[in-house]
Design a protein around this ligand. Structure first.
Ligand code: ADP
Ligand code: MG
Ligand code: ZN
Length: 611
């Protein structure tokens, strides 16, 4: 960009200079009239011309009335001959003084040279600029094979296992690696094979990068960090070269740790069809394997690689001698969450009344990164309110912010929309409060948040690892509560329920095809899914059942939804007064917290129902 503006400026300046030059030539000659040869002949005959100066083919004519004129003669013939041809009387011509001037001087040469040289110079400058650009581009191209590897070996703010909360098993596994890096001799003497690669598996934000750095910190060795996607970015044919370069760098610094982040970017199962059979990826992957195989037992370099997609990894990566060790990083449980919160509140002023345990209780499913984010949001909120210490309510508020995105008070609902949203959310909340097997309602609100128009926040009272069919059915009924409430109260439904319906349909399908919870189809799973439970995410499903079974699955899914829908409608119809009470309160107060909600519900003495 800078170069371009420079070029354009240069061109503009040279054009300006040229214009000046030319105007210097021609000023002063502008009022001089130009005569054609026969006009000149007539003037000579009538005796109006006193002098003609010949300069090359140019004729500078002085007229008797002290005016000047210019003309041109024919190139091949002399002046007198030309004039004769135009019928000039020789006698008249004799009265005119003729003067032949030397064709010289810078003006003359410039006049000849500029028209010739100018285009050549311009073209030359143009080529020169293009070449210069191409050259700088080329020297960039030569660095493409170099790995963009980052070295963190500053021991000043090094990270150790003390900075990583929880993850006990993972730390234990990695202690071995640390020990090896510290005293390789001990292992080599016994003839033990040293681990070359360790794969860290875990959802985003569970602390894979953090843990890898902690290993380096504990072992006090340099830590090299590269993202696998950087190996292959942009240009074809450099992935392998970069890999070689990266490994060479690390080997020079051995003992050291090379951390390859997001290794699934290159380590995908070859020919799996996901993301296309990318040749470049394969070559990079092969190069990584070659490099790892090339470590002799003395090379104390350990490769740590992180991924949240272990299911797509190429088997070749997992073979002995490569990434044969796997360390799983789970989402933190309540104790770990408390510990993580404590770590991230180290440099923040917490009010003495804050109970971090209470925050941990309310954040099941949060990753380490979420919790860090939560603490940060709380600090921001505190600063914005102009307070000096973080208090408990700011932390609570931040939980919701991390969960749902910021409140959008600016999105104004009109009265009708507000009413519909209030009844919709009241529907969810009422079903959740009525059924036995649901999570308690933490908060109901008609204030828009993120994409949701309103929301009902239910949170499990403890970490759950198993869920029963009854609980799922109750969840389905709660999801359909909003839709049912709208339908019963307004005899009409809105688009506000579409997200609920989608979540419900997906859940119902999982019940049938994954959890074997359909009575008709029995305890079979359908569809071969490449999924790891701890990631809780579906990657790709291969259909391994017939069309007939597909129809049955659809029927069973529908049955689950219908059962939940009927239950929801029944509860709402029979407890309309409660629904109205909740909705009215929502319309006036917009948000109901758990304590208030419990109090409101208690007043009706509802009997817990089952589905
Ligand atoms: P990943 O690489 O698994 O996506 P990171 O290691 O980048 O996750 O974690 C992101 C941030 O979350 C870390 O910088 C750290 O501050 C925080 N974090 C995650 N897990 C923990 C943990 N167990 N203890 C302390 N902080 C954690
Ligand atoms: Mg990471
Ligand atoms: Zn809803």
């Amino acid at each position: 960009m800078k170069l371009l503006t420079k070029n354009i400026l240069g061109i503009i300046f040279s054009l300006l200079a040229l214009a000046l030059l030319f105007s210097a030539f021609y000023t002063g000659q502008e009022k001089i009239q130009t005569l054609s040869l026969d006009q000149l002949a007539t003037k000579i005959n009538s005796g109006e011309v006193s002098k003609i100066a010949v300069m090359g083919n140019d004729l500078n004519i002085d007229l008797k009335n002290n005016q000047k004129a210019v003309s041109k003669k024919e190139a091949e013939s002399g002046l007198s001959e030309t004039l004769k041809n135009y019928g000039v009387d020789p006698n008249a011509l004799q009265k005119v003084s003729l003067e032949i001037q030397e064709q010289s001087g810078w003006k003359y040469w410039l006049g000849i040279l500029i028209p010739v040289l100018l285009p050549i110079i311009l073209i030359g400058v143009f080529f020169w600029m293009t070449f210069r650009q191409a050259k700088s581009g080329m020297s960039q191209a030569f660095t493409f094979g170099r790995a963009n590897i980052k070295l963190f070996s500053s021991f000043k703010n090094k990270i150790t296992f003390a900075d990583v909360a929880g993850l006990k098993e993972a730390k234990q596994e990695l202690m071995e690696v640390v020990d090896f890096l510290k005293n390789p001799k001990k292992y080599l003497e016994i003839g033990a094979k040293i681990p070359k690669g360790v794969l860290l598996l875990g959802s985003p934000g569970t602390g894979k990068t953090l843990l890898a750095r902690a290993v380096a910190g504990e072992a006090e060795v340099p830590f090299f960090h590269i993202s696998a996607s950087e190996f292959v970015e942009m240009f074809v044919g450099v992935g392998a070269a970069r890999t070689r370069d990266a490994f060479a760098n690390v080997k020079r610094a051995a003992p050291a740790i090379l951390f390859i982040d997001e290794i699934d970017a290159v380590g995908r199962e070859r020919g799996a069809g996901l993301g296309g059979g990318h040749d470049e990826r394969e070559q990079t992957l092969n190069q990584i394997l070659v490099e790892m195989d090339g470590f002799d037992n003395e090379t104390s370099v350990i490769v740590l690689a992180a991924t949240n997609r272990p299911d797509v990894l190429d088997q070749a990566l997992l073979r002995p001698g490569r990434f044969d060790r796997r360390v799983i990083l789970d989402l933190p449980d309540i104790n770990d969450r408390e510990a993580i919160l404590k770590i991230h509140s180290r440099n923040k002023p917490l009010s003495p009344t804050v109970v971090l345990r209470q925050i941990a209780v309310r954040t099941p499913g949060f990753s380490g990164a979420d919790l860090e984010n939560l603490m940060n949001e709380a600090a921001i909120l505190t600063a914005r309110k102009g307070e000096k210490e973080i208090i408990q309510t700011s932390l609570y508020e931040s939980i919701e912010k991390v969960l749902l995105g910021p409140e959008r008070r600016s999105r104004v609902l009109n009265q009708k929309e507000k009413e519909i949203t209030a009844y919709h959310e009241a529907g969810h909340a009422l079903i959740a409060a009525s059924l036995k097997n649901t999570d308690p309602v933490h908060k109901v609100s008609v204030v828009a948040r993120g994409h949701a128009g309103g929301y009902t926040l239910k949170l499990p009272s403890e970490d759950v690892h198993l869920k029963t069919k009854t609980q799922f059915l109750s969840d389905l009924a709660v999801m359909l509560g909003g839709f049912s409430a709208e339908e019963i109260m307004f005899k009409d439904v809105s688009t506000g329920a579409s997200n609920d319906l989608q979540t419900a349909s997906e859940l119902a399908r999982r019940l049938v095809t994954k959890f074997g919870m359909s009575e008709k189809l029995g305890p079979i799973t359908f569809g071969k899914t490449q999924e790891l439970i701890f990631l809780g995410r579906e990657i790709a499903t291969e259909k391994n059942y017939s069309e007939k079974v597909a129809t049955q699955i659809d029927e069973e899914v529908k049955k689950f939804i219908e059962r939940a829908y009927t239950a929801a409608k029944k509860i709402i119809t029979s407890r309309k007064n409660v629904l109205e009470a909740i909705a009215k309160k929502l319309m006036t107060e917009e948000t109901i917290e758990r304590e208030e909600f419990d109090k409101l519900i208690k007043g009706f003495r509802l009997k817990p129902l089952t589905i």
